[in-house]
Write a protein that binds this ligand. Structure first.
Ligand code: NFS
Length: 659
């Protein structure tokens, strides 16, 4: 078989092996199951049982309606809004559980979790106007948790973290009535407005979709990121490895997959317990090896350097190595096909969330009050399964070094040290044209294209063009499993300006910011850049773009919308889910740009995605009257100090601190 289905060489090898073995994967299913062109373009209405109605035909937009009279633009807008509601629910329900865990810690109801980053707790308390000086840490944590929990069910008012956005950005939200009240309220209202016979004005529907998405970005996702940092530590750069070579032939291999970091954090803890290692040895293994997949991987990678086997399209392939003794899954992006697939190998699939069961899996119920016990149970099950391992499977040994762990706090720190951290050097480098702009490269990898390939193409082209890339989710996994998240990447591939900046600070040109909920870190960074001055005084108008070239999840659509509403032009790959309606497409691109300086495009051609992104960046530079970008020719800017030089200055200024 010669067809390239994944740009990841190791993945491709396993896919080819699978074809020989007649083992079916998502790549085969994607080929067999052609997407429905009616649903795929947003022209199918199944909101009631008078239909489903298919609004198709040459002049469908003008001439065809559903039985009730719903037009194509109404139908396409409603379908998109419901995707946003689905995506927002996923990120935010995850955040709700994080808030409950923080509350349980504050109330002393669980001994298995602690507050690891008190500094971050105080920072968040500061955002919420909660007094923290001189108060017991748990009291502050309780107030933070209960205040953030209000963001789910509040009936009137505004979400708490909206105040972290630049003033002008907030003014735009207020002007267009899209400042969210609360997460659950906006999601429920989306479902209400889009049910049969309610909101029929596409612009009006889409404005509420934006409001709902802002509740995801500036509440659900941001809450999740912040509480995860408080409980498990704010990430700092950490070395790790990526791809299937992370599995070990002579150790028990456990993989955590899904999104929620709570149980996986405890699995990280217990795999190094002497009793657990002794148990693994009693089963004939040399030790226990932990790896991750998808966003759970990103969470434990960012904080502990746990290696990742990759993103969404790698999950079945991981099982097909024959080396995974237990795959512990929680919620989201878990293919139900893995249980059937696992029957061909010895891998145990373990579901752990009360919200998510899969037929054929073993269910071990996670409970935050006895998290470690549950973690030990899972690790023991993996050890018990080790003797069942056979040599069956495609043993691929490729792996790449990577650096992850770029929280927004660390990015601030790396630009000035502990006491002078700021975004000044980054803004200066952009102003001088050393860095042309910034792109958030995010979202899933997708078996409908050469999986991971568009991520890799866009990432390399952007850095060649002096664009700093910040990546999250499976976009990071696609880059990591190609070796793109190592600092040497800058030397080899980045344009001259970006390379200079990366070398001075000692960072890769593609910064791994974390899981998909950590796209909220990009919102925080953009707000800090606006506050720093010299570029735009709001998020809109920055030389910055969001790209999700291989997206597939509703969560990605919610993210795309909250970036657009916050002022960032967004370009998604693949066919547009609203392509049937020219009017909806116009609203999401032109109208949103006029109102918010953000836009939401869908563009299947990778070259065109790149060209559009660079065009947005260059036009933003022009509007800001920045120096015209010319490769290798820079304007004046402050000299960037490297880390060692900054530490020297800090040491001289504060010798008593002794760092
Ligand atoms: Ni994001 Fe993370 Fe990956 Fe896509 Fe799924 S794991 S939350 S949705 S597939 S990037």
């Amino acid at each position: 078989m010669s067809k390239i289905r994944s740009a990841n060489k190791a993945s491709q090898k396993i896919i080819e092996w699978g074809v020989d073995q007649k083992i079916q994967t998502c790549f085969d299913r994607a080929e067999k199951m052609k997407p429905c062109p009616i649903g795929g373009s947003g022209a199918c209405c199944k909101m009631c049982h008078v239909g489903p109605c298919r609004l198709v035909g040459k002049n469908a937009e003008e001439e065809v309606t559903g039985v009730c009279g719903a037009t194509l633009s109404t139908v396409a807008a409603r379908n998109l809004a419901r995707m946003v509601a689905g995506g927002t629910s996923a990120h935010s329900d995850h955040a709700r559980d994080m808030a409950f865990t923080l509350l349980a810690v504050a109330n002393g109801e669980t001994k298995d979790f602690q507050i690891t980053d008190v500094r971050k707790l105080y920072r968040v308390a500061g955002y919420l106007n909660i007094e923290f000086e001189g108060r017991p840490v748990n009291d502050v944590a309780r107030d933070v948790a209960t205040t953030l929990l209000e963001d789910f069910g509040r009936q009137k008012g505004e979400i708490n973290f909206a105040s972290r956005a630049p003033k002008k950005t907030i003014e735009r939200w207020k002007k267009w009535g899209i400042l969210p009240r609360a997460i659950d309220r906006e999601v429920v209202e989306t479902m209400h407005r889009t049910t049969m016979g309610v909101d029929h004005d596409p612009d009006h529907i889409l404005l509420h979709a934006l409001r709902t998405s802002l509740a995801d970005g500036w509440a659900g996702s941001m809450i999740s990121t912040d509480i995860t940092d408080i409980l498990f530590g704010t990430p700092t750069p950490v070395k790790a490895e990526a791809s299937f070579g992370i599995f070990k032939e002579d150790e028990v291999n456990i993989v955590v997959h899904g999104h929620e970091p709570t149980l996986s954090e405890k699995i990280v803890d217990v795999v190094s317990e002497p009793e657990m290692i002794a148990y693994a040895k009693s089963k004939g293994a040399k030790g226990i090896n932990l790896g991750g997949m998808c966003c759970t991987a990103n969470e434990v990678l960012m904080r502990h350097g746990i290696p990742t086997a990759g993103g969404f399209t790698n999950q079945e392939l991981g099982v097909m190595t024959g080396l995974i003794d237990a795959l512990s899954v929680d919620v989201q992006c878990i293919m139900p096909a893995i249980t059937e697939l696992a029957k061909k190998f010895h891998t145990k699939i373990i579901t752990t969330s009360e919200k998510a069961k899969i037929q054929g899996a073993i269910h071990v119920q996670y409970d935050e009050h006895r998290a470690k016990e549950v973690a030990r149970e899972i690790v023991r099950m993996a050890c018990d399964n080790y003797p069942n391992r056979t040599t069956k499977g495609s043993h691929v040994t490729d792996k790449f070094p990577m650096i992850a762990g770029f929280s927004h706090e660390y990015i601030e720190y790396m630009q000035g040290g502990k006491y002078r951290g700021s975004f000044r050097p980054l803004n200066d480098a952009i102003m001088a044209g050393r860095i042309r702009g910034v792109v958030g490269l995010a979202g899933c990898d997708n078996p409908r294209v050469t999986a991971q390939g568009i991520h890799r193409f866009i990432a390399t082209e952007l850095i060649k063009n002096d664009v700093l890339v910040v990546s999250t989710g499976c976009g990071s996994a696609a880059c990591g499993t190609a070796g793109y998240l190592a600092p040497e990447m800058a030397l080899e591939n980045a344009g001259p300006g970006l390379r200079e900046v990366c070398e001075a600070i000692g960072i890769p040109p593609i910064l791994h910011l974390g899981a998909c909920v950590d796209n909220s870190r990009i919102l925080t960074i953009a707000s800090a850049m606006a506050a720093e001055g010299g570029l735009s005084d709001e998020i809109g108008g920055m030389p910055a773009v969001g790209i999700a070239p291989e997206w597939m999840s509703e969560k990605a659509v919610a993210i795309g919308c909250y970036f657009a509403a916050s002022g960032v032009p967004v370009i998604f790959g693949g066919e547009s889910p609203v392509s049937a309606s020219k009017e909806v497409t116009r609203i999401m691109t032109e109208v949103w740009f006029e109102r918010f300086k953000g836009a939401f495009h869908f563009e299947p051609d990778p070259e065109k995605i790149l060209a559009l992104a660079l065009d947005y960046i260059d036009k933003a530079r022009e509007a800001l009257k920045l120096k015209k970008y010319e490769p290798g020719k820079f304007g004046t800017e402050k000299v960037l100090m490297d880390m060692a030089a900054r530490r020297e200055i800090e040491k001289a200024a504060r010798p008593h601190l002794g760092f």
